[in-house]
Design a protein around this ligand. Structure first.
Ligand code: NAP
Length: 293
């Protein structure tokens, strides 16, 4: 499996993500064996040159590299239930979103069947697969990753191996996805408030990059302060930020907009203040959030 176009790859799961993966592999010239629970979804890929497998077991048997992209860990368990004996000597790359614990258990199961297990987290949308901007994070068997790497490079310009713990990619995934989800709720709240004030979303959006672009530096500074255990409040203290925060909450509440997301945040602020951290910087909220007063 040295990356030459002839390396056959089996793709299990042809949802939005699995289809994009299979399409990208085909475009790169890899013989691509596809399987999906609902067989009809393979149609377009077969027309494009994919080989349809009659079962997940047949797909696994047909290629030295097996890439899995299914809904969740239960779906992976269901799809691979009878495939264990066929996994010996293969590299299994599981790109399904899972918890770190599920990934570790899946690695144990695959190892028991003689496969090299690589867990992957897809930090991209299906349209991004195969582009330079796409980021895929991997962990688990290093030799499995190195063997599959030339093929995996076709899926994402930015592929990063994070270490031997099979749960590590899923842990990075969860941490990064929490940044994404809460940012998305921030955008949603901003749009709801703008609408209540008679501001069209399209009027607000041009100003969002200036706000969002503050985040990378803020994340780096917060991480450095948490690692150092030192939280200078010179720029913004928790008590002054909480004052601004309560003003925002008032505006939101006056418009009858759901304050639930903000109230959860307010509770963290209040715990920090009650523990005497008012003069410290916002980074002090990280250990408070983690339950360490
Ligand atoms: N789409 C994205 O933007 C995105 C981004 C990053 C990560 N991901 C991750 O990529 C994975 C796939 O996502 P997706 O967007 O492709 O999802 P999707 O379009 O909903 O497809 C789900 C796939 O799982 C299969 N499946 C569900 N339950 C099953 C079961 N019990 N047994 C066998 N197969 C089963 C479905 O088969 P049927 O066709 O038969 O229903 C389908 O192939 C997920 O873990 C997701 O979190 C997705």
């Amino acid at each position: 499996m040295s990356g030459e176009a002839r390396t056959p790859v089996a793709v299990l799961g042809l949802g939005s993500m699995g289809s994009a993966i299979a399409q990208t592999l085909l475009t790169a010239g890899h013989p691509t064996i596809v399987w999906n629970r609902t067989g009809a979804k393979a149609g377009a890929l077969v027309e494009f040159g994919a080989i349809r497998a009659s079962s997940a077991v047949a797909a696994v048997a047909a290629a030295p590299l097996v890439v899995v992209s299914l809904l969740d860990d239960d779906a992976v368990g269901a799809a691979l239930r009878d495939a264990g004996p066929r996994l010996r000597g293969r590299v299994l790359v599981n790109l399904t979103s899972t918890t770190p614990e599920q990934s570790r258990r899946r690695a144990e199961w695959a190892g028991h069947h003689g496969a090299e297990y690589v867990d992957g987290a897809v930090m991209a949308v299906p349209q991004g697969i195969g582009t330079q901007d796409a980021l895929l994070l991997y962990s688990g068997s290093e030799s499995g990753y190195r063997t599959a790497e030339p093929v995996l490079r076709t899926l994402a310009g930015q592929g990063t191996y994070l270490g031997a713990d099979p749960g590590r990619a899923a842990a990075f995934d969860a941490a990064l996805v929490s940044v994404f989800w809460l940012s998305f709720f921030g955008v949603s709240l901003g749009l709801a408030l703008a609408a209540a004030e008679g501001i069209a979303g399209s009027e607000l959006v041009p100003f969002t990059p200036a706000v969002v672009s503050l985040l990378p530096d803020m994340a780096a500074q917060t991480a450095a302060q948490v690692e150092a255990g030192h939280y200078p409040g010179d720029d913004t203290s928790i008590s002054s930020a909480y004052t601004a925060f309560t003003t925002l909450r008032d505006v939101i509440a006056r418009h009858g907009i759901d304050t639930g997301v903000l109230d959860a945040t307010g509770e963290v602020f209040r715990r920090a203040l009650a523990a005497g951290h008012g003069a410290e910087g916002l980074a002090r909220l990280v250990p408070v959030l983690a339950g360490n007063r």
